[in-house]
Design a binder for this molecule. Structure first.
Ligand SMILES: Cc1cc2nc3c(=O)[nH]c(=O)nc-3n(C[C@H](O)[C@H](O)[C@H](O)COP(=O)(O)OP(=O)(O)OC[C@H]3O[C@@H](n4cnc5c(N)ncnc54)[C@H](O)[C@@H]3O)c2cc1C
Length: 412
């Protein structure tokens, strides 16, 4: 039985943080904990960047350093190597968003391939990741998802998008790196789901190279997974399932309400938890067919996965099961999993400060809106600070008592 609460071990969680870094993280989460401050900060950041005011230094010293690995792959390397000394892997995520031009999509694809090649000979980097709308216009994904007829120009554009996805998966396959496709808004997701299944059919014959994301805040994901599993068994390919709860809940609910269709999102947080844990259990029960990448900061779901691994007699480092948290969050989960020997990886976003801002804003807003998450981060950081102070005090008192015990001529 997994009874020991391994995620409470703050010494392991923050071993790599100096006292100064610990205090900085406390300050950061203290600020994020205040929704009004996040609202004002978001507004000022957007305006300042639009007006080209010199705020990049300030962003870099605060939220960028907390949630991002650096501006380039090379910038991230010292952190990646440091984390790996604690057996924690990394996944480099070039988090530039909101581009609309074909040249930018080609450049983004090349960047993804260069990350795959960079990762190829580094055991610290077992995965690569891409966001479908980072390599093709949102509107084209949306139109293909809606099954409307494409114009001739759109047909050409869609071919280019598919080719970019294929080139990324091919590079991953050639370099033996697994690749994760992010999940996004439901109204563009069908096209991505269909394409990623085609990639699994092609590249997941012997092992799982391609993973698609299942956002379990959607009430239809269990059915989707079961159908995909059936298809995979029939056709003889492996399923790669990256499971998360989902990051676009407010947007999804608002759109459904405005357009008058039933929301694709579960009716409550509890229903999302049931959906996530159900999908998690299904994958682990079918591990010979489905490789699982668990992306969550939820401790209950992580403990559940550990329990199922144990109950099923699976090795804790079974290569088909990975755990992941975002850089700068839930270090208590990542480092403790890694220390115990589970396969754990941090998703490390990077890119030029100005381009990573949308990602950073999402993290800040998420930490403000995700009930309890920031509170948990703060209490863990405070606990660690207290633990270190206690350690200092007892060290000092040990030193002074051992000095008292010294023979007189030594003490003098
Ligand atoms: C490694 C990694 C990769 C990720 N990749 C993606 C991705 O590709 N696509 C993506 O969309 N997200 C992604 N995320 C973000 C993820 O979807 C969640 O937003 C985030 O992790 C918070 O969920 P949780 O399970 O960690 O924590 P929890 O705090 O347990 O769950 C919070 C989540 O529960 C859901 N929720 C909250 N309130 C309600 C409610 N009232 N009704 C229904 N559901 C509710 C929401 O999804 C919310 O984000 C990723 C996260 C990680 C760690």
């Amino acid at each position: 039985m997994i009874t020991q609460k391994i995620f409470n071990d703050t010494e392991t969680a923050f071993k790599l943080k100096s006292d100064d870094e610990l205090n900085r993280a406390l300050l950061m989460f203290g600020m994020i904990n205040r929704p009004s401050l996040v609202k004002i900060g978001t507004y000022l950041t957007k305006i300042s960047l639009k007006l080209h005011l010199p705020v990049e230094g300030l962003i870099k010293a605060t939220i960028f350093n907390q949630f991002s690995g650096g501006e380039s792959m090379e910038d991230c390397l010292p952190n990646i190597e440091k984390m790996y000394t604690k057996k924690l892997h990394s996944i480099l995520d070039y988090s530039v968003e909101g581009k609309e031009e074909e040249e930018q999509f080609d450049a983004a694809m090349k960047k993804k391939i260069s990350i795959i090649e960079f990762a190829a000979n580094r055991k610290e980097l077992p995965f690569a990741v891409f966001k479908p709308t980072g390599i093709g216009r949102f509107a084209i994904w949306e139109k293909v998802s809606s099954k409307l007829t494409l114009t001739a120009a759109e047909e050409e554009e869609w071919k280019r998008v598919q080719s970019r996805v294929e080139q990324i998966c091919e590079a991953a396959y050639q370099n033996d790196i697994s690749v994760l496709a992010d999940g996004e808004e439901t109204w563009m997701q069908d096209a991505s789901d269909e394409l990623m299944v085609r990639m699994m059919q092609k590249y997941n014959q012997e092992k799982t190279i391609v993973f698609n994301t299942l956002q379990c805040y959607r009430w239809d994901r269990m059915e989707y997974l079961q159908n995909l599993h059936e298809k995979a068994k029939k056709e003889g390919f492996k399923v790669g399932a990256k499971i998360v709860r989902g990051a676009y809940m407010e947007k999804e609910n608002e759109r459904a309400k405005k357009m008058g269709y039933p929301s694709p999102i579960c009716e409550s947080k509890e229903a999302t938890d049931v959906s996530f844990n159900g999908v998690l259990s299904y994958c682990l029960s079918n591990i010979d067919d489905i490789s699982l990448f668990v992306g969550t900061h939820n401790e209950v779901s992580n403990y559940l996965a550990l329990q199922i691994l144990e109950d099923k007699g699976l090795a804790i480092d079974d290569s088909r099961v990975w755990f992941s948290q975002l850089y700068g969050m839930s270090d208590n989960i990542s480092y403790n999993l890694a220390r115990k020997g589970y396969n754990a990886a941090k998703l490390v976003p990077f890119g030029p400060v100005r381009d990573v801002v949308p990602y950073l804003i999402r993290r800040a807003q998420e930490n403000t809106s995700v009930k309890g998450q920031t509170g948990r981060e703060l209490s863990l950081l405070m606990e660690e600070r207290k633990r270190r102070k206690g350690e200092d005090t007892s060290k000092r008192s040990n030193e002074s008592s051992s000095q008292k015990d010294q023979p007189k001529h030594h003490a003098e």
